[in-house]
Design a protein around this ligand. Structure first.
Ligand code: SF4
Length: 59
């Protein structure tokens, strides 16, 4: 689900995924809200941002 891209970073999120449509320089995220998955994860490595959209796939 595509969420609103803000003109300013979301102050509560640090993200280093610089290939994301919502990424802003300085390791910031401009998505209005993010969703993290999956349920029942047991380690940091298992979790992912489900709001991610590849910069090259934006229409
Ligand atoms: S939407 Fe997710 S992957 Fe993309 S910049 Fe924000 S936190 Fe990072």
């Amino acid at each position: 689900m595509k969420v609103n891209k803000m003109n300013q970073p979301n102050p509560g999120v640090k993200c280093v995924v610089d290939s994301c449509y919502y990424y802003m320089s300085g390791d910031k995220c401009s998505a209005e809200k993010i969703e993290v998955q999956p349920k029942n994860a047991s380690s940091t490595e298992e979790t992912d941002c489900a709001t991610f959209i590849s910069q090259t796939n934006v229409t």
